[in-house]
Ligand binder design. Structure first.
Ligand code: ATP
Length: 446
């Protein structure tokens, strides 16, 4: 029987205990809303990024990658509208001094001007979310630079470079993964909303007459992506931004939301940004950012369809979605992460049943052979059942056990994390067997 045991406490505690995520600078008491990715966390995060990158670049002829720097010319942020518009309205509980985002309060709280604690609120104050710093030794307004609050602008200012130096033709996309920074008023829920985070963005440049067609194409494709990552469809939904919620650049916007243990929240934004960004950068830089269609000879400013997902937020989402506690025998419960094999930090654990009689040496040899293609882990300590459980808890999809039969017949057992079923296969077939199992992986309904 499976219950729904999702709670943030359990996920935070598993993350710490097994080395996925630690509080930043913990020995000094931590830094609010900053987190460090431990040995398993960095593998998971890199693999989620890799999964996205494969999906958004490798599987398309017309999407190319980019890695722009975090610090950019300050005029970028004037042109983009972030200096003037990238602000939240902040209010303070006049008794407890707790801060809230105005748009996160309920309508009743906003009308009554009371905090969630029922205390009077201060007047709303505009608060720009960009972190600024200074370039060079002189700290005056002319040296101010910003830590980018989104990766997208790095793509827009390189539009011309990419068109001139690669063979892309409209419609085409530029994809990028990187850090972004926002001085968030309220950070909570573990790594859900942090001041330093990573985004995975793909900006798709289209002819203005085709914006709606491409918007719906990407909207559908992005939902399919989450399903291909093994995320439960019933925990995913779209919500459309109403006219008063639209960002200053957007014509249409949908969020893909996930049902976290703390409620439905945004995972990714899909926006029709029109020709706003390229027009503004053209205007502020004085450069011609139009595109010439060499067939029709038409010159135009492309529209941009943006898909903007949080990488670190996706890590939280996959942990929440994968986490389960399952009754596996009388009074026996296993904690398991049903991670898609493509993103699991360890793909194959290799376990000798016992250390003696050459089993450990043979297991090491098999593990070394698999290493070339898969993230492997070798563990010879303790009862085999306990070793399986340790791998279940970190989401390892395959455990390979070396026993006495291995020594005689060169076969091993492979144990599948989700079903806990075991199968005997020849060592010679192992690598291919794992490959086809990963390819055909489908998460069982829970
Ligand atoms: P919100 O209104 O919740 O502050 P937003 O709508 O401004 O967020 P976008 O600018 O659309 O967010 O950012 C795109 C994606 O980047 C989000 O869907 C989210 O996954 C991620 N993201 C944004 N802010 C943060 C943050 N502070 N911490 C972690 N991820 C974030």
């Amino acid at each position: 029987m499976t219950t729904d045991p999702r709670t943030m406490d359990k996920i935070v505690s598993l993350s710490k205990r097994r080395g996925f995520i630690y509080p930043s600078s913990e020995i000094y008491g931590g830094l609010a809303s900053a987190w460090d990715y431990g040995p398993l966390g960095v593998e998971l995060k890199n693999r989620v990024a890799r999964f996205w990158w494969r999906e958004m670049t490798q599987l398309h002829d017309n999407i190319v990658g980019l890695d722009a720097s975090i610090l950019m010319h300050p005029t970028v942020w004037k042109a983009s509208g972030h200096v003037d518009n990238f602000a939240d309205l902040m209010v303070e509980d006049t008794v407890t001094n707790e801060r809230y985002r105005w748009d996160h309060l309920t309508e009743e709280q906003r009308e009554a001007k009371t905090s969630p604690n029922g205390n009077p609120l201060s007047e709303p104050r505009v608060f720009n979310l960009m972190f600024s710093t200074h370039l060079g030794p002189v700290q005056d307004s002319s040296s101010t630079v910003y830590l980018r609050p989104e990766t997208a602008q790095g793509i827009y200012v390189n539009f011309k470079n990419v068109v001139q130096t690669s063979r892309v033709k409209i419609p085409f996309g530029i994809a990028q993964i990187g850090k972004a920074f926002r001085n968030e008023i309220v950070t909570k829920n573990f790594i859900f909303r942090t001041v330093e985070f990573e985004q995975m963005e793909m900006q798709y440049f289209v002819h203005p007459s085709e914006d709606e067609k491409w918007f719906s194409t990407w909207k559908a494709a992005r939902m399919e992506y989450y399903e291909s990552l093994g995320i439960r469809p019933e925990r995913l939904r779209f919500t459309e931004h109403g006219p008063d919620e639209l960002a200053h650049y957007a014509k249409t916007a949908y969020d893909i939301e996930y049902e976290f243990p703390f409620g439905w929240q945004e995972l990714e934004g899909i926006h029709n940004r029109t020709d706003y960004d390229l027009s503004r950068h053209g205007e502020f830089s004085g450069k011609d950012l139009t595109y010439l269609d060499d067939q029709s000879r038409e010159r135009f400013i492309p529209y941009i369809i943006e898909t903007s997902a949080g990488l670190t937020r996706s890590v939280l989402m996959v942990l929440c979605d994968a986490y389960d506690e399952e009754e596996v025998g009388e009074g026996d419960v296993r904690t398991v992460l049903h991670l898609h094999p493509r993103i699991a930090p360890v793909t194959v654990a290799v376990l000798p049943l016992v250390k003696k009689d050459g089993l450990a040496e043979r297991a090491r040899e098999i593990e070394r052979e698999l290493r070339d293609d898969y993230a492997t882990f070798y563990d010879q300590g303790g009862a085999i059942g306990r070793r399986y459980r340790r791998q279940d808890e970190i989401g390892t999809p395959y455990c390979v056990t070396i026993d006495y039969e291995t020594m005689e017949k060169d076969t091993v057992t492979i144990r599948y994390r989700d079903s806990m079923e075991q199968e005997r296969i020849a060592v010679a077939d192992l690598a291919n067997h794992v490959r086809s199992s990963i390819k055909s992986y489908k998460r069982a309904a829970l």
